[in-house]
Design a protein. Structure first.
Length: 190
C-alpha cells in the first residue's frame, strides 16, 4: 500500500513540476494585451506589448485589404526604428482612424500618433458603415512575425457586418464586402 501511495505521489509531483515549468516559460514570451488607457478620437485601439527586452527594434504596421475574402491590396502604414529603454518591459502600440474628411489610418507608438495613411477603404466605410474587431484577450506572438491588432469591416449583402475573432488564428471570410486587417511586426536590431 505504501508503494502505491508513494508512486501516486511521485506521479502527481512530476505532473505539477511539468505543468509549472511549461507555464513559467510563457512569462518570458512576448504578448500583446489590452491597454486601459484607450482615450482617442476616432475608432481605434491601444495595446501593451509585454516582456519586450531593452534594445533597438524595427517596427512595421501594415494593412491588408480584402474584398469578399480575397486579398486586393497591401499597404505599409508606418515603418520605423525605435529604441526601447529597459525602464520597464512594456511598450504601447495601436491604430486609429483619422477624422472623416481625411480618410486616413494612424498608428500609435507609446502615446504619439504617426502616419496618417490615406485609404479609399475608409471613405467607403464612412459612406456605408464600418465595424471594428479588436483583440479581446492577451495574445502571445514571436518577433519577426505579424500579429493582427484590428480589423475594420464593411458589411456585405443587406449591409450586415460579420465580426472577426482575431484572438486566435483566423481566416478572412467572404461574408463582408470589405475587410481591412491591420498588423504589427517587430524585429530586433542587433
Amino acid at each position: 500500500m505504501k508503494k502505491i501511495i508513494t508512486m501516486l505521489s511521485l506521479v502527481v509531483i512530476s505532473i505539477m513540476f511539468i505543468v509549472g515549468c511549461s507555464d513559467s516559460k510563457k512569462s518570458n514570451e512576448l504578448y500583446i494585451g489590452n491597454c486601459p488607457d484607450n482615450m482617442m478620437i476616432g475608432m481605434g485601439k491601444k495595446y501593451f506589448i509585454n516582456n519586450l527586452e531593452e534594445g533597438n527594434y524595427e517596427i512595421e504596421f501594415t494593412a491588408k485589404e480584402y474584398d469578399y475574402g480575397v486579398l486586393k491590396k497591401e499597404h505599409v502604414l508606418y515603418k520605423s526604428t525605435i529604441e526601447h529603454s529597459g525602464n520597464n518591459n512594456t511598450f504601447k502600440i495601436g491604430v486609429v482612424d483619422g477624422d472623416e474628411p481625411e480618410h486616413s489610418l494612424k498608428t500609435i507608438i507609446n502615446d504619439a500618433e504617426y502616419g496618417g495613411y490615406i485609404l479609399d477603404y475608409l471613405k467607403d466605410g464612412y459612406d456605408t458603415g464600418i465595424a471594428m474587431s479588436i483583440l479581446d484577450k492577451d495574445k502571445y506572438f514571436d518577433l519577426d512575425k505579424q500579429v493582427a491588432i484590428a480589423v475594420y469591416s464593411i458589411g456585405g449583402e443587406n449591409r450586415s457586418t460579420e465580426g472577426i475573432n482575431i484572438d486566435e488564428e483566423f481566416e478572412i471570410g467572404n461574408n463582408n464586402l470589405k475587410d481591412l486587417v491591420v498588423y504589427v511586426k517587430l524585429h530586433k536590431i542587433k
